[in-house]
Design a protein around this ligand. Structure first.
Ligand code: KIV
Ligand code: NA
Length: 281
């Protein structure tokens, strides 16, 4: 059980081994996820929704991400820990560096994640040349909710798709070591992945990417979104299957292990979890 690092993520991509990722916020789940073989764990600012109960991720602070990161980090033997840079914490180069320092030195994260395209290239480079590995989050960017008004699939039109493809290349060139694509047509996810020099993780980005991520509470079927009947298309509830199979031991651990297996085998995401395969021309 060697710890997963950036080199291992690159090796997995090159070998065609899918990378199984999941969000996590506390010690109990950290232990379960690490044991179940989750490769990468994200302290997501989704905690503003699934832990704090808000409608958006924008109130989340560096302090809070660092706190949850500290809850999780000591319990990981193998999984690679990534922490979200929350809303406005990377508005300037200095703020981005300060926030990353806290998430890595206090929180124990090995990489930080930020939202945005080529406009973030200078920040990605600033962090990267100082030894801060960065994951760039493209497609649907939840921190832009107040600019967008609502969330929808991104990159559906040809021009937007081409722009995202270009963003991905600019960000990798600036030093991003990982890309994350959220809610885009499956075809675009596959194209970006094919042209990317670094591993690409998807959520609602189809099966043609190097790995998948889900919000833990969605996988367990207990997030407020799911409970209130607004389940996103890409979400699969793994609890139902784990209970039905009568798995020995903990049902939650079995559900997480099931998710890891399905990501590795390619069974998840199935077509019903993907957005339209083609980009409008
Ligand atoms: O905050 C989060 O959980 C995320 C994932 C959905 C990718 O950014
Ligand atoms: Na996030």
């Amino acid at each position: 059980r060697k710890p997963v690092n950036i080199a291992e993520l690159r090796r997995m991509r090159a070998a065609g081994e899918k990378i199984a990722c999941l969000t996590c916020y506390d010690a109990s789940f950290a232990l379960l996820q690490d044991r179940a073989g989750v490769d990468l764990i994200l302290i997501g600012d989704s905690l503003g929704m699934v832990i704090q109960g808000g409608n958006t991720t924008t109130p989340v602070t560096v302090e809070q991400i660092s706190y949850h990161s500290k809850c999780v980090a000591p319990h990981l033997q193998r999984a690679f820990l990534v922490a979200d840079l929350p809303f406005l914490s990377y508005a300037t180069l200095e703020r981005a560096l300060d926030a990353s320092q806290r998430l890595m030195q206090e929180g124990g994260a090995k990489m930080v994640k930020l939202e945005g395209g080529r406009e973030q290239a200078a920040i990605v480079e600033y962090l990267s040349v100082r030894g801060v590995p960065v994951c760039a989050h493209l497609g649907l960017q939840p921190q832009f909710i107040h600019k967008m008004g609502n969330f929808k699939v991104q990159g559906r039109e040809q021009a937007a798709a081409e722009a995202m493809l270009h963003d991905a290349q600019v960000l990798a060139q600036a030093g991003a070591d990982l890309l994350l694509l959220e809610c885009i047509p499956a075809e675009l996810g596959a194209r970006i992945t094919a042209q990317s020099p670094v591993p690409v993780i998807g959520i609602g980005a189809g099966s043609g990417v190097d790995g998948q991520i889900l919000v833990l509470h969605d996988l367990l079927g207990i997030s407020p979104q799911v409970t209130l009947g607004h389940t996103p298309r890409f979400v699969k509830n793994y609890m139902a299957g784990a209970v039905a199979q009568g798995e020995k031991g903990g049902v939650i651990e079995a559900a997480i292990a099931d998710y890891v297996r399905e990501v590795k085998s390619g069974a998840y995401p199935a077509p019903e979890h993907c957005f339209e395969t083609t980009v409008k021309r």
